[in-house]
Design a protein around this ligand. Sequence first.
Ligand code: MLT
Length: 250
Amino acid sequence: MNSDTPLVLLHAFPLSSAMYAALATELRPLECDLLTPDLRGFGNVPLGTDEPSLDRMADDVAAVLDDRGSSRCVLGGLSMGGYVTMAMLRRHPDRVAGVILLDTKAGADSEQAQENRLRMADKVLEHGTRALIPMIDTLLGETTRRERPDVVSAVTGWVNAAAPEAVAWAQRAMAARPDSFDTLRTVDVPAAVVVGEEDVLSTVDDAQSMADAIDHPVPVHVIPRAGHLSAVEAPGVVASAITEVVNRSV
Ligand code: MLT
């Protein structure tokens, strides 16, 4: 692969690039650079004053590439990071040399799901991120929750570290996202889909329907004993799936 073409991995909601530490270790043998930018409002990146929109986050990713002088990247995103990946495919398709969609889905929200997000946005602004703690049960697979208290505790810390304003902004942005199946039909670069077998937020069926929408054969890697945060729960297996796409991308 061209050495100017980095691998860029976008994090989930309401986390930050901290979630990719273990995966980054597994990906060390890769010859390309790995970038795990924080999406706006998360980690150390300011939220800014734009209206909530995943398109703004996609433009931020394009700006990261501009800053390092890279015309293209292999782009992967987990859940919200996947929604931003699909926004990037819509807005900046020529910047994407390969795609990895992890624990995400291409459909837009139902009306009910949108209402839940807007309610959660208001609640977090009023009560702080502790309103998100029940969400941890859905982020991690039941095996991880039962057997790996260290992972539960790390994820709880990351959720607690999120800024309420960023959480509310991202919920509103995700509520407004469009259906992305037509976008996936335009993908003509190497791709893979990854999903935790125990993911209850973006299911194996969601994963398969994204792969089916892409007009060339796309492997679906179902990760055993992992939930929604497959890259955190099973970084070694997920690294292999990502490496395969990087090696196929030119
Ligand atoms: C995520 O992990 O990024 C969220 O589950 C995305 C969402 O709320 O749809």
